[in-house]
Design a protein around this ligand. Structure first.
Ligand SMILES: NC(=O)c1ccc[n+]([C@@H]2O[C@H](COP(=O)([O-])OP(=O)(O)OC[C@H]3O[C@@H](n4cnc5c(N)ncnc54)[C@H](OP(=O)(O)O)[C@@H]3O)[C@@H](O)[C@H]2O)c1
Length: 317
């Protein structure tokens, strides 16, 4: 079978198409013909050696993937040949609070990922994908979508009418916009592109702000929220945007710290508001299998993410 693998050393120039032997499903395992893989910023960082330079090589990248079960091993009881499934990003993390090994054992490093024609999963390592989605759409769920779900539905509770700010229009953020709308929130989206902001409006964004035109976008959030501030912020920028997020959040508000896209940031970030305003900053790291299943139930019931998505790039295998 064909695979993409990072060969002897990290670097995009070392990502090569290679041949590996076709695997067979053993006891308790399923063989999945991968149909689609969606790209995450993490996959890029992994390939260039910045995510975890200690990952063993050669390594097949790819955190997300969807495909069809083509063979089942002995003792598999929950799946049959022909089932359409997605991989669980952290297959050992079933629910609740994981231990270090459960949290760190993830697809696309240190485990081989999804950029392969076939992949063996343990029976526990896949879940059925929502019926109404294509393979490409479903491949975006295990990492980006689950991260947004964990932020809004697991680690905090959004009430109808809450003001939620979503930074940018990447994969995580576009899912966060859709989930926050599902929960009845008033959603404010920021982007560097007016065209993308228009598309965010079509997906339900109530207010939009161009963060290039308004680098002090926290002021705009204050105006939109009658000076109160946002109840919740999906923070994918990290150090480079946290200062604005701290100015935009309300007293006792909740910031989900998810990404580092804006890098850098000032070295003298004022942390005082965090304590004086009782702000909760919650780190988010994807999510458990149980959360993936509850998110899929919500996506299936509300038929969301079908065809309208613009936050992800996918590869058909
Ligand atoms: N913690 C976790 O579990 C977890 C899981 C998944 C992802 N992540 C992290 O979360 C971040 C987002 O991941 P992703 O897959 O959604 O990335 P992505 O799809 O590559 O997101 C790219 C978008 O981010 C936006 N962006 C960049 N700089 C920004 C800034 N200064 N302010 C606001 N938006 C900005 C841009 O939106 P516009 O083009 O609209 O300006 C850009 O198009 C990454 O750092 C990733 O590593 C973390």
């Amino acid at each position: 079978m064909k695979v993409f693998e990072i060969q002897n050393q990290f670097g995009i120039e070392n990502l090569k198409l290679a041949e590996r032997p076709q695997p067979k499903a053993g006891a308790g395992e399923v063989l999945v013909k991968i149909k689609a893989v969606s790209l995450n910023y993490r996959d890029y960082l992994t390939i260039i050696g910045q995510y975890n330079p200690r990952y063993k090589l050669p390594l097949i990248p790819g955190s997300d993937g969807a495909g069809e079960i083509v063979e089942i091993g002995t003792g598999v009881s929950n799946f049959k040949v022909g089932d359409r499934v997605i991989g669980v990003f952290a297959p050992k993390w079933k629910s609740g609070i994981p231990d270090f090994d459960q949290l760190r054992t993830t697809l696309g490093g240190p485990l081989d990922g999804t950029m392969t024609e076939y992949r063996i999963f343990s029976e526990d390592g896949v879940v059925l994908m929502p019926d109404h989605l294509s393979y490409e759409e479903a491949s975006t769920l295990p990492c980006a979508a689950l991260t947004a779900w964990s932020a809004l539905a697991v680690e905090s509770k959004i009430n109808p009418g809450d003001n939620v700010v979503v930074l940018g229009t990447g994969g995580v953020s576009i899912f966060a916009l859709q989930f926050a709308k599902l929960m009845g929130a008033n959603v404010i989206v920021t982007s560097s592109s007016n065209e993308k902001l228009q598309r965010a409006k079509e997906l339900g964004a109530d207010h939009v702000i161009n963060y290039n035109e308004k680098p002090g976008w926290a002021k705009e959030v204050r105006k939109i929220t009658q000076m109160v501030g946002a109840d919740h912020i999906i923070e994918v920028g990290g150090a480079g945007t946290l200062e604005q997020s701290l100015k935009a959040i309300r007293l006792f508000g909740h910031i989900s710290l998810i990404g580092v896209l804006a890098g850098g940031g000032s070295n003298n970030l004022n942390l005082f508001p965090i304590l004086m305003q009782n702000i909760r900053i919650q780190g988010i790291i994807v999510g458990s299998k149980a959360s993936l299943e509850s998110m899929n139930r919500a996506i299936s019931f509300h038929k969301i993410a079908a065809g309208k998505h613009f936050g992800k790039v996918c590869i058909k295998i």
